[in-house]
Design a protein around this ligand. Structure first.
Ligand SMILES: O=C(O)C(=O)C[C@@H](O)CO
Ligand SMILES: [Mg+2]
Length: 391
């Protein structure tokens, strides 16, 4: 048996070129504030945390997190690392409980659970490497020949540029396209019209044989969403995502119960019990936790079982390896979100500049390798000159 010898965290701060923010780019929770300027500022992911868990034999498992990396780093360094060092990585369920219960007073949500997620993902990558198996083979194996993915970008902007982007994406054979709303309650009826014009314009390009997902990123409220959903029905969205702030579970449940348009959410929910509550209260028709926030692979797999029992499909937030392995190994995870590789904008794509091995979509699908142990990713130094690293 090999034990965990060390935990190394690094914060990667992007210093390279970024795409400048534009107005009405994506609604978000800050829209309700009276601040002017770049409302997406606090939702830009231009930092990332890597977490490397090393076993006594030198094998290293890689985890990561994108929420508040500098604070999560401190939580791991000062609190969680000492809890896992000396443990057998194959006691992963016990290690998870140890991290969860020893920080229960403050760690059940947000920073604490994000830190637990990064450590847990590293432990699963480590276990896969120690037994020479890909993580999905440790979770349930290959439930799909390959994973169907949906193109996730189409931030709000001039209609012509959104249509050009959709036309370009169509060349890659995606069967689903996710677009962002740019207007919300503060933009009134004119903003509703602007939203509907963009949804119609994207539908004109992708047609009605492809899925269309619509993202609010917590930027609407219950009143506005109740008015918007009936107006969206004719565009047959597969779901409307995060219409209200994550704490408004009652609002989610009311919108989902309308039966107008399926509601998705969960990327800002944390822990097994947190997601079980969303399912119990029928708050979502599609559950979208992110494995590097919700509690890692240990928590995600338990949530998958609860969701399957309720027949709520799970389509994790973010196209990253840890989410793909859960999607591959669960029939109840039908498709995956896919962030196309592009210049650093919001930062969803920053992980492409830190890791190598995240699978690339081909003709609307992606593949995982049966023979690549762990998550199948490595940390690359190819873009190191564009990062400032904090050890
Ligand atoms: O991809 C998503 O679901 C997100 O919420 C990403 C965020 O940047 C808004 O698009
Ligand atoms: Mg989202």
């Amino acid at each position: 048996m090999t034990k965990i010898k060390s935990v190394r965290t690094r914060v990667w701060t992007w210093k390279g070129p970024t795409v400048p923010p534009t107005g009405n780019f994506c609604t978000n929770a800050s829209d309700a504030l009276r601040i002017e300027g770049d409302a997406m500022a606090s939702f830009r992911f231009h930092q990332w945390l890597t977490c490397e868990v090393e076993a006594e034999d030198g094998t290293i498992g890689i985890g990561n997190a994108a929420l508040a990396p500098t604070v999560v780093k401190q939580a791991i360094d000062e609190w969680y690392a000492p809890l896992v060092i000396g443990e057998d990585p194959f006691d992963y369920a016990y290690i998870w409980e140890k991290m969860y219960r020893r920080s229960h007073a403050w760690g059940r949500k947000g920073i604490g659970m994000t830190a637990i997620s990064a450590v847990d993902i590293a432990i699963w990558d480590l276990m896969g490497k120690l037994v020479g198996k890909p993580v999905f083979k440790l979770l349930g194996g290959r439930t799909k020949d390959k994973i169907p993915v949906y193109y996730s970008k189409l931030y709000a902007g001039p209609i012509e540029s959104m249509q050009r982007e959709a036309e370009e994406a169509m060349k890659n054979g995606y069967k689903g396209y996710k677009s962002r709303f740019g207007f919300g309650p503060k933009d009134g009826m004119p903003g509703m019209r602007e939203n509907l014009k963009r949804v119609e314009a994207v539908r004109e390009v992708i047609g009605y044989d492809n899925d269309l997902m619509l993202e609010c990123y917590m930027g609407w409220n219950l009143d506005y969403a109740k008015r918007m959903l009936p107006k969206l029905e004719k565009y047959e969205p597969r779901w409307v995502e995060e219409p209200v702030i994550a704490d408004d579970v009652e609002g989610y449940a009311e919108l989902n119960a309308m039966g107008s348009v399926p509601i998705s959410g969960g990327e800002h929910e944390f822990s097994v019990i947190g997601c079980a509550e969303l399912i119990r209260r029928k708050a979502v028709s599609v559950l979208q936790y992110d494995t590097n926030r919700v509690g890692g692979i240990t928590a995600a797999q338990k949530i998958n079982a609860i969701a399957e029992a309720a027949q709520i499909p799970v389509i994790p937030h973010a196209g990253q390896a840890h989410n793909y392995h859960l999607t591959m190994s669960n029939v109840n995870c039908p498709i995956a979100e896919y962030f196309p590789v592009h210049d650093v904008e919001v930062g969803n794509e920053l992980f492409y500049y830190i890791f190598e091995g995240d699978p690339e979509a081909v003709d609307g699908f992606l593949q995982l390798d049966d023979d690549k142990p762990g998550l199948g990713i490595t940390i690359t130094d190819k873009h190191l000159s564009n990062f400032e690293i904090t050890e």
